[in-house]
Ligand binder design. Structure first.
Ligand SMILES: *Cc1c(COP(=O)(O)O)cnc(C)c1O
Length: 426
């Protein structure tokens, strides 16, 4: 609600740029997704195993399609990205009490998945480039004895994967990749998700394919994927999957692996299937938008952008920048000024978790951990979605608005409406 004092106090500024697009409006679904979903609804066969003779069903077809697209032998479709991670951790051998390394810069479902399987999250420091710090990783392996690394490619900022995998091999770490933000990306000529033992993806609305909720695991490891398939709730119907290991991989695990009931249903699979072929095109479109925004910041010396690694194709579905010289009040003011101009920024330095954004300080079910560098980096880190419904021109405009807001905060030139209303109240 608006305070009448603030309405009166904000000077009309006809020359002030404003953005009116929606940061939460994703691209329209392909018509084939809508048609496929209607076919499933008309058939009333919504369960993945409720198929007709001679048809493996759309969930199995989706698994086959994703495995081929990703370039992995096996794929399993499940109910969410978070479930994919939980199942991957268990299938990789994490047992209650085991230490699991994970980068500190990630989102809440990631430490949540470790907690769900009874693991102990050991957070790894974040570099100024938002990538996990590999020296710190090694130190924490020594201190914790961890044998597992859940590597979250948070906002697509993966480490040098050649170096990371060499380090993991030397330290005896099993690497589980969280590719919720890197689906469709490439690192060192390899598709993101094809470095570790197993990789997890999400088809939640804000990720790179959209079915509301949903997730996948991909791997070349038949034993791990046999365990994962039983864990997902396959009953003894695993032979009806689209990209699962051969029957003999199941023999040793089928009766000793619990059923956690996390299957993907046919409706979601039908919505996702036609989107897979479009991912690579969408990645290019996201990157055109991301580059336009990055160009707008070029030469802005108050702003630090995370750099790219050689051979990296990051997916620019979101944009991150830091304003290293800003204090907490400046940062909060920037969020307010940008919002007034129609730009929705998320800030990782906020004292309280907000919306989808939180940090290790609010994951208080974890042991307290000292992460001075992550804390310093996140204190001035801003984050923004770039849905494909924005045009390249929109992104240029957003860049200009943000630069103006940053300048206004730095010079104290413009008070936000909220501040003015605070002043009115004094
Ligand atoms: C969204 C997300 C997940 C979990 O995916 P859901 O499908 O929402 O459960 C995991 N990791 C990261 C980094 C995410 O952003």
């Amino acid at each position: 609600m608006r305070n009448p004092v603030s309405e009166a106090a904000v000077p009309p500024a006809p020359d002030r740029l404003k953005f009116t697009g929606s940061f939460t409006q994703q691209a329209p679904l392909p018509q084939a997704s809508i048609d496929g979903a209607l076919d499933v609804l008309m058939s009333s066969r919504l369960h993945r195993y409720n198929t007709v003779e001679g048809d493996a069903g759309v969930t199995a077809r989706l698994e086959e399609t994703v495995a081929t697209w990703q370039g992995r032998k096996y794929c399993l479709a499940v109910t969410s990205g978070g479930q994919a991670i939980q199942i991957a951790l268990r299938a990789a051998g994490v047992r209650p009490g085991d230490a699991v390394l994970v980068n500190a810069f990630t989102l809440a479902p990631v430490p949540g998945a470790i907690e769900a399987v009874g693991g102990r999250a050991v957070l790894v420091e974040t570099g100024d480039d938002l990538r996990p710090d590999l020296h710190d990783l090694e130190t924490r392996v020594d201190a914790s004895g961890a044998r597992f690394l859940l590597l979250s490619h948070m906002r697509g900022h993966a480490p040098d994967m050649g170096r990371l995998m060499a380090l993991a091999d030397r330290l005896g770490l099993t690497v589980i990749e969280d590719c919720a933000h890197s689906m469709g990306g490439w690192v060192g000529g390899v598709r993101s998700g094809n470095h570790g033992r197993v990789a997890c993806f999400s088809s939640q609305t804000y990720k790179h394919v959209n079915s509301g909720e949903g997730g996948f695991l991909v791997s070349d490891d038949p034993d791990l994927m046999a365990r994962a398939t039983i864990l997902s709730g396959s009953y003894m119907l695993y032979a009806r999957h689209g990209a699962s290991p051969p029957e003999d991989a199941f023999r040793a695990v089928r009766e000793v692996t619990p059923n956690l009931s996390a299957r993907m249903d046919a409706l979601r699979a039908a919505v996702i299937l036609p989107q897979i072929a479009g991912i690579d095109h969408n990645v290019a479109e996201w990157n055109r938008r991301h580059d336009a925004l990055a160009d707008a910041f070029r030469g802005a010396n108050r702003v630090a952008l995370p750099g790219a690694l050689p051979g990296e194709l990051r997916v620019g579905s979101s944009f991150q920048f830091r304003v290293p010289d800003f204090g907490p009040e400046d940062c909060a003011r920037l969020v307010r000024l940008a919002a007034e101009d129609g730009v929705e920024l998320k800030w990782f330095g906020a004292p309280e978790p907000h919306g989808f954004t939180s940090t290790h300080k609010s994951w208080r079910y974890l042991e307290d951990q000292s992460l001075p560098n992550a804390d310093r980096v996140l204190a001035t880190l801003f984050d923004m979605r770039l849905p494909l419904t924005f045009s390249v021109e929109d992104c240029r405009l957003i860049g200009r608005i943000l630069l103006a807001c940053i300048e206004d905060v730095a010079t104290g030139a413009r008070k936000s409406a909220a501040q003015l209303s605070d002043m009115g109240r004094d």
